[in-house]
Design a protein around this ligand. Sequence first.
Ligand code: FES
Length: 150
Amino acid sequence: MPVIRFVREDRDVECYPGENLREVALREGVELYGLKGRLGNCGGCGQCITCFVDVVGESTPGSLSNRTGVEEQKLRRRPQSWRLACQALVNHSVLVLTKPQVGLGDADQKIAAAKAEPLPAGPTAWPMQESDEADSTDASAESATSDEEA
Ligand code: FES
């Protein structure tokens, strides 16, 4: 499964392939928002532009879903590596810097250290539930239907 490496927080979080980056961060208690976003955000609709992340590394090109139309519009004056977490689906492992608009004193060192540690290839597979594979040896009862033709 993909791993999201949150560089600022120095945390790796596993998620299902295709999960929404914002939802994973919120679930795991990773703070995405600066003050403005904490005071009020759009709840993931792509309208408040407060859930920025900077994608600083990927296990595979295209680890996140492509930028949405909302992102193309809202992020046109931002670096190409920035995404709106609420618009991004995680397909493969990524390294992200939350709140890139907020300074991080030793950002270059932290990013280099995070990149130096290998990311899992992911996704491996959706988790499999114990098989409900019923014995297919059951004799199937073939019911003979009457030949009623109208
Ligand atoms: S939560 Fe508002 S733009 Fe992402």
